[in-house]
Design a binder for this molecule. Sequence first.
Ligand code: 9Z3
Length: 349
Amino acid sequence: MARKIINECHLLPFDLGVGIESMNDMGDSSDMLDPGIETFFDSAPPLKDYVSTKRKVGEFIELNSSSSRNKTFRRIVCVTSGGTTVPLEQRCVRYIDNFSSGHRGAASTEYFVKAGYAVIFLHRRGSCQPYCSTLPQDPLLECFELTGESSVQVHQSHAEAIKKALKGHNSAVEQGQLLKLPFTTTFDYLQMLQLIALSMKSLGPLGSFYLAAAVSDFYVPWESMAEHKIQSTSGPLDLRLAQVPKMLKVIRDEWAPMAFCISFKLETDTSILLKKANMALRKYDMHAVVANELLTRKEQVTIVTLEGSTTVRRDETESDSEVEKPLVELLVDMHSDYIEESMRIACEK
Ligand code: 9Z3
């Protein structure tokens, strides 16, 4: 259990009114963006589900904010999860992918919900989902059996796992604590992250970002991308990839400056991991960077902050324990401290 009770929000002197009307007035923040970011967003194919995604995010924040009629009041965290793709063709047949199963994000979502948060789970379509880790890896059809001409039932051997997953998932959704939004490409991901961050701006320090998605560092700008399938008969392929601008700093500077921001640093060479995490902490003004090494990422992670670093480990004495449990507990406590501190500063003004 998290150390602190997290329903202190009614004490906060921040304006938390996040009505849907006010969210529609957020306007276009692109005037303030640096040129690389502007180029990226200008070149991106517009989000197909922009209007419905914005509405869903607005309603979810409304439901969990103090302005809500039913007075449910929770902190909100945006958990990003899975890898982003980089299409090589506009009518995409081939793409570059970033490694991530989505397990970190899915498991962490469950622990945030348990700690009382409302979670916007921004995930790669088809990657691991919350409450599904105990489901059988077998093909879907092996979970069911025909019991008559037109009736089907869950196979007894899978019934417990499916019941557990359904209970966890349905309860989180029914309580209004889970909103799942899928992405595939880096274009989709960053546009959705921007939309969510701008929507969360008015939550002040009660909003949080847990950026576990593995985001591509390079991309092919839409206008220089081949429209049709690249032909192998044209010989070897020369690709020039532009650099994806780092959006972490933009979240801090412009999109949601008061939100509590946690990013991840993945390396395969442990000798540079903490140095790189420390650099990211300072460069992007994160509140914490979670450093992990590819092969040991499920066993241990190190949380790097300006105050120092703390390593948390999976409880090896329990076979089904996950490193995300102590990780999220620690981050929830840090978020509590951050809210308290922000509240104190706001009161002094
Ligand atoms: C991570 O480091 C995640 O912990 C993992 C989780 C992707 C390793 P899985 O999904 O793995 O459970 O299989 N995410 C961030 C990776 C990343 O691309 N970080 C960038 C960097 O390291 C910064 S945004 O430069």
